[in-house]
Design a protein around this ligand. Sequence first.
Ligand code: OOB
Length: 541
Amino acid sequence: MEARLPGVTPWPDEFAERYRSAGYWRGDTFGQVLRVRATQHPDRVAVVDGERRITYGGLDQRADRLAAGLRERGIGKGDRVVVQLPNVLEFFEVCFGLFRLGAVPVFALPSHRKTEISYFCEFSDAAAYITVDLEAGFDHRKLAAEVTAQRDDLQVFVVGGPGEFTALSEVDADPVELDEPLAGDIAFLQLSGGSTGVPKLIPRTHDDYIYSFRASNDICGVTEQTVYLVALPAAHNFPMSSPGTFGVLHAGGRVVLARRPSPDEVFPLVERESVTLTAAVPPLALLWLDAAAETEHDLSSLQVLQVGGAKCSEEVARRVRPVLGATLQQVFGMAEGLVNYTRLDDPEDVIVSTQGRPISPDDEVLVVDDEDNPVPPGESGHLLTRGPYTIRGYYKAEEHNARAFTPEGFYRTGDVVRLTAEGNVVVEGRAKDQINRGGEKVAAEEVENHLLAHPAVHDAAVVSMPDDYLGERTCAFVIPRGTAPPGRELIKFVRGRGLAGYKVPDRVVFVEQFPQTGVGKVSKRDLREAISRELVPKLGR
Ligand code: OOB
């Protein structure tokens, strides 16, 4: 009964049976998980948002009332709802309300703008868009107005001052009996980092996702004593499920929300709430380490700092224990599924120099050459994977799926890795056409398409350039049509098209032609080398 949402590739029956009989897929849904915890300890605090706290019982009730209220407004099982919320308590109310209803959240990030949000609404044929009034100085109601101008049947609910729309707080009705979803149903759609022109959507089932964070809890030592601080965007897969907020709620622990990730917001919260576990991308970890050396706040409750989303340099990794007195855990994961962790009791050398190993004994990991043949042990190659929580296909993307998955159902991660003798993964690089800007993923083709819309752009190729802080930034090589406009005009042009700020090129370089590969394609490797050659002396390295 899996994957009843059209456009989803289910696991083949033999795999589904194997994952069930191994006890990975237990037939639970998100709605039930919360109900069980709320029954066990209704008065325990589940989520802390500034001065606001909600208990398990409170969250459970609000989820029921929200689900009933949405149903009154015609939103039902299987309907897609684009959710764009910052780290606020309502995020969890919305998630669990939608899960109970069997409606399917599409998780957008707060930094997404009109281009992305319109696309998600359109592509998923969403019934509603749930957003916030203001975030980081940006008025999301204006964005909602632009989106609804194209789609007048889209309902909009706003956390905070609703403006012309409906306040989410008004969506509230006495609980009704609901035709709850099944564990094999799609619970939500996550966003892929992507390497194509438009972002891909990732369908995750209750069964597979719950398994991933339940098993993560064991690996990461999460119990009801855990106090987890979420500083990364709550809708991202890493802080959601590795083990993230969902794992911690599953264990009956406490989630503490930071609206912004800066040390002056995070450190007082760590002290006040006695935070034991948190997660960062490498640039953020670096920022925290630098600030921790000078802080007056007591950070001694922190037991584990997870770092992932992009490669953590060994230099930064080695500073975690001495500076924070916490254990570092490297996390190499992807919204498509597979997550690797260094284990808390691994030797320090493994922790600082590898990205760990998969969650599940049934995670199949292959390292192959360009022809899909396994490379000799210890050599680097393309990482392919399949397993009990790795998708078999993107949502409504048949053509792309034929390339992104092997005929045997392995997902082509696009990452280049090697395995150590002990079976730990070391990420060596990337074959996919993507820039990893400090954990934020930029699909080169998507940005190139925006550049190509400018009349003075003949051709564009976007590549990564090394950056001390973010690891990588984006550089757009552009062949002008006629006279080249100033680079900053192009940057302004792309920004003006209404897309997330992290996708706007950091730099534009005009060239007469692109270097080519043997088969006549643009050689992005040569472009990356060209920019590195130019940058390295500048950085004084
Ligand atoms: C996480 O998920 P996504 O979907 O934003 O990005 C996945 C990609 C990976 O394929 C890899 O290219 C890169 O991000 N990545 C890493 C990494 N963790 C992710 N590259 C090097 N070292 C690492 N530790 O980023 C994500 C999802 C769940 C948990 C953690 C991260």
